[in-house]
Structures are given as C-alpha cells and as structure tokens.
Design a protein around this ligand. Structure first.
Ligand code: GLN
Length: 474
C-alpha cells in the first residue's frame, strides 16, 4: 500500500507503475472490500481516461505536480458530468453541471479523481450512519463507525483505496473521521479554499479539506486548492504560501496553548487523556513552551454550533423542493404537495431534525433568544481566541474524547452524538485552521488523533509543526 505521494512518484520514475496501472490497483482495492460501503460510485471511465492523459504528459515532461495522485471526493463536492447526491435520496440521479473549484484545481495539476465517497446526508452527522445509501464500516474494526460526516473519504485512505481524498468540515467532519481512521485530516482556515461547487450545509462554517497519510501530502493538496476565486466571493485573497516547501526548513520554537479545563478530562477516555498529557510533555522536552490558558467556554460551543448551523442549513436546504433537483414524489399533484411530499420522502431523519430546529431558531418569536444570542457567543469566542493567539502559536487538544464507537451505539441519542464534536467545532466557530494527526493506538486496537489549531491563515506554522510530530509520534 502506498502511504505517501513520494512513494508513488518514485514508482512512476522508475517505471514500475503507470498512472493507468495505479488506477487499476485502486479499483481492485475498492472491489476487494466493497462491503465496507465506502464508495457510492467509482468513476472508472473518467479515471482511466485521465490516467492515460497523465501517462502521456509524464512521457513528454509536461505533467502537473499531482501527476499520479489518485484522489476520492466526498459525495457533496461537484465534478462536472458526474453524479453528486450529498448521500441523500433527494438528489438521487442528479448530475453536476460544473466542477467545484477544488476539483478543477486538482485536475489542472493532473490528479486523478477515482470516485465519490459515502458520507452522512448533507454532511450532517458524526458516524456516517445518516447516509441514505447505508452506513460505512471502519476498515480497521468493521463493527465500528469510521466517524463522520466524511466517513467514506477517511476510510478510503485508510483502506488504501486511493492515496488521498477530499472531505468537507463544518464542525469536525474531516478531523473526527481522520482521528477514527488513523490518518491526517486538515480543515483549512474558513475561506482558504473556495466553496464553489460544495453542496452547502452551513455556509459560514463549511470548508473543503484533504485526508492523507502524511502532513506533507496535505500541505501539497492545500497549496493546489487554496486561493481566491471569482466564483466564491467569500474565498480569501490572502496570498497562498508554498506550504509544501515551508515544511522542510522549519525549526522554530513555538508556544503551544492548552486549555486548562481539558486537563481534568471529564468525559474523556483515560488513554486519550494520558496520550494528550504525554504529548504535552514531549513538546516541552523538545524545547517548545507550553502555556495553559483559561477558556471556560467548551460547554457553550456545541449548543452555539447547533443553533447557527441548523439556521443556515434550513435556508440552504430550501432549494431541494422536488421541483429543481433530483427526487420528486410520485404522489405529488400540485405545487404544495410537490414540496411537502418530496421533502418528506426525500430527506432523512437527521436532516429533517436540523431543518426544523433551524427554522425554529430563526422564527419570529425566538430569533433573538437563539440565533442572535448564538451569534454573540460566536463573537465572544472569536475575541477570546484572538487573545489566546496573541500569546500562543498553536492550540492543542485531543481531536475526539474517545476512539471510534460501535455501529448503532449512539444512533438513538443525538446529544451524545453531538458531544463528539466538542473539540472540533471550536475551529469552525472561530474560522481557524485545524488539523488532526494520528498519535498512536489505543489498547482497544483503534487509532486516535490529536488536534492542533492555528490563527487564521497560519497554515504554514500549523503544518510544519504537525509534520514534525506526526513523524515522531507514529
Ligand atoms: N458532526 C458535526 C455535525 O453533525 C459536524 C459535521 C460536519 O463537519 N459537516 O454537524
């Protein structure tokens, strides 16, 4: 199994493989473990066609910097002339009319897109059990969830079905499954990568990002995808660093912030907590400075996140009305029944729950009490986080309180499920970049990650530090 792009490039140079044979290799891997339900569709034809094109370019010395990188995309990222469904019945049969900017930029550098991966419906979930197309099994222990919502993308990398994949992260959907599946998951700064062509869940939170085996490969993918985009006015104009180069020469001594309350570890698995504390000691021994800071806000994060994201989701998902895209109820007889029946039949339980919650927090009598209040909390979190980053370069927390849980274990308990997101929603609420890197194995045999978060647009610092510790810890 290839575990870095350097290995693939070396194999291409010594001509032990071609891009076409690489695609065949991954398609075989996907077939071998089809029961994991990771891919909703393999793009055999277009992947092989692209591979042939890239092989020719390699031969003529004109290939882009991702030549030979085989990538899977989450089923909420548009790729022209290919199906996209958000793992929802309501988009059944829908085909993208254009490609997302992220995919366009990957293709321009000669990446090969191998297929679309299963996820929680419209990216709402933490276990991939909310997909209309069935759950995904964790490739490490098949009775466990892979995490969510980008569960398929995380599992695909771990199972060796592609070298890297794309997910989207609104509250942890890249970092949490990366932790559960034992790979690297990066959520860039809000607006670092264009959201053009990403099916919107909560527009002021959503970010596309990569899953990879190494931090180096994540840096390379970020470098290719990031940057301003005329098609998404929120995409930032901040200059894109040469992230993959910067990793090489970083020997900076950093100050790492750790939130005080976390060290008491309530609700946290003992081994995860012990590893977290051990990681803090390693950092200190290496000469970095560790500062504890007061941050008594973790209890407010999940509620704030769920008020704001459901409000945004209720507006974003209004477009799926049975008239414009995909699914329409067979029983519909007029415009009202088209909306009502198509939405009732087309959306799953969790999506309905969130649309109703979002509609409620925006309704006339409750808007100030919920939505406006949550916006204020978000502002306070941002201000207090700026104060922390005035003193610390990075913030360290575990990615998740536990390792992957059992399939079905939390499905009837939305609150426990939502608490999965306790450490990850923070970065989305304040917009900062954050990464999960694997730090080892639990005695239960499952991997788990640690999360590092940086100030806005400081991905270079984040990636350089993570790259060093990823190598050191695993
Ligand atoms: N688990 C979180 C949720 O269900 C995060 C989802 C995401 O990041 N897309 O909302």
């Amino acid at each position: 199994m290839y575990t870095s792009f350097n290995q693939v490039k070396a194999a291409l140079v010594e001509q032990s493989v071609t891009c076409v044979s690489l695609v065949d290799h991954y398609i075989q891997k996907i077939k071998d473990r089809e029961h994991l339900n990771i891919f909703l569709e393999v793009f055999d034809d277009s992947a092989v066609a692209k591979a042939k094109e890239v092989d020719a370019k390699i031969a003529s010395g004109t290939a882009g910097k991702l030549a030979g990188m085989v990538i899977a995309i989450k089923d909420n990222i548009c790729y022209k002339d290919h199906k996209v469904s958000g793992s929802s019945k309501i988009l059944g049969g829908f085909e993208s009319l254009f490609s997302s900017t992220a995919v366009e930029r990957l293709l321009a550098e000669d990446a090969i897109i191998i297929g679309r991966t299963n996820c929680d419906e419209f990216a709402m979930g933490s276990s991939n059990e909310n997909s209309a197309y069935g759950k995904v099994l964790n490739p490490i222990q098949e009775d466990k969830v892979p995490g969510g919502s980008s569960g398929g993308s995380a599992a695909a990398v771990t199972a060796g079905m592609c070298l890297a994949s794309l997910g989207s992260d609104t509250g942890g959907s890249i970092r949490q499954p990366a932790s559960f599946c034992g790979n690297v998951g990066l959520k860039p700064t809000y607006a670092r990568i264009s959201r053009w062509g990403l099916l919107a869940y909560a527009s002021s939170f959503d970010q596309i990002g990569p899953f990879t085996h190494t931090v180096e490969d994540a840096a390379l993918l970020l470098e290719v995808m990031a940057g301003s985009d005329g098609k998404d006015n929120t995409a930032s104009n901040v200059l894109v660093d040469h992230y993959s180069k910067l990793l090489e020469d970083s020997n900076e001594t950093l100050t790492i912030g750790v939130p005080k309350d976390l060290l008491t570890g309530e609700g946290m698995d003992d081994e995860v907590l012990a590893t977290y504390k051990g990681f803090i000691n390693t950092i200190k021994e290496d000469g970095h400075k560790v500062v504890e800071f007061d941050f008594p806000f973790f209890d407010y994060m999940v509620p704030t996140y769920y008020v704001l994201t459901t409000a945004e989701a209720s507006a974003n998902l209004a477009r799926y009305d049975g008239a414009h895209f995909g699914y329409r109820s067979e029983q519909a007889t007029d415009i009202d029944s088209t909306y009502e029946l198509s939405r009732s039949e087309g959306f799953g339980m969790e999506v309905k729950r969130r649309i109703m919650l979002g509609t409620f927090v925006l309704s006339a009598g409750y808007m100030d009490a919920y939505y406006a209040k949550a916006q204020k909390v978000r502002r306070i979190l941002k201000t207090r986080t700026e104060e922390v980053f005035a003193k610390a370069d990075l913030i360290l927390t575990p990615t998740t309180p536990t390792t992957a849980f059992g399939i079905g274990e939390n499905i009837d308990d939305p609150i426990t499920m939502y608490l999965q997101d306790i450490f990850t929603v923070y970065a989305n609420l304040v917009g900062s970049p954050a990464i999960s890197i694997p730090v080892g194995k639990h005695s239960n045999g499952l991997p788990f990650g640690m999360q590092l978060m940086a100030n806005d647009f400081e991905e270079s610092k984040l990636l350089a530090f993570s790259a060093k510790y990823q190598k050191k810890l695993v």
